[in-house]
Design a protein around this ligand. Structure first.
Ligand SMILES: [Zn+2]
Length: 174
């Protein structure tokens, strides 16, 4: 069904903001801008992460496994760009420990890295309070709104490609 609406697609609102997962072999270093971790139960469904939507979740009905993810916005170092980081339960535990220790998420300077070279290896978090304080940090990204738009538009699994590559080469007359 055509998606008619009086406003541009929601992702335009998020120009330059990406959802980041910790890659194997390369740590992510940043300063958290979110005030709190935001978590959501998700499914790995048809090649992408999508939220579980109870009580009538189509992916639960398909018996797809559920996995909880946590999200926070952060300023990436050294690019200075603000993004959203996705953590699994274990990674979120490390971030929660740091929050408990330092009393806040916003302003935590962290390094998130995988414990070995496998892409699904556990993410370990090292964190400390950034000495420059939180005054110079940009406002946090509304992570709930960002993820809702991302899940709705599918850009997480389908990065923008030229329009010509998105149209399947099919002949409707056959
Ligand atoms: Zn579900």
């Amino acid at each position: 069904m055509p998606d008619w609406s009086p406003t541009p697609p929601p992702m335009r609102h998020w120009a330059g903001v990406s959802l980041k997962r910790v890659p194997p072999g390369t740590p992510i270093t940043g300063i958290a801008t979110s005030e709190q971790l935001l978590g959501c139960t998700t499914h790995w469904a048809h090649g992408r992460t999508l939220p579980c939507d109870p009580p009538d979740c189509a992916h639960c009905a398909e018996r797809l496994p559920r996995r909880w993810h946590a999200y926070l916005s952060y300023v990436d170092l050294p690019t200075g760009k603000q993004h959203v980081l996705e953590l699994t339960g274990l990674g979120a535990d490390g971030m929660r420990e740091a929050i408990a220790r330092f009393g806040q998420l916003r302003g935590l300077r962290f390094k998130a890295q995988r414990s070995n070279k496998r892409p699904n290896a556990p993410v370990q978090i090292a964190a400390r309070i950034d000495e420059s304080g939180t005054a110079a940090l940009p406002p946090p990204i509304d992570v709930r709104e960002f993820m809702t738009d991302l899940w709705a538009t599918g850009l997480a699994a389908h990065p923008l490609v030229p329009l010509s590559e998105r149209i399947p080469e099919t002949d409707v007359n056959k």
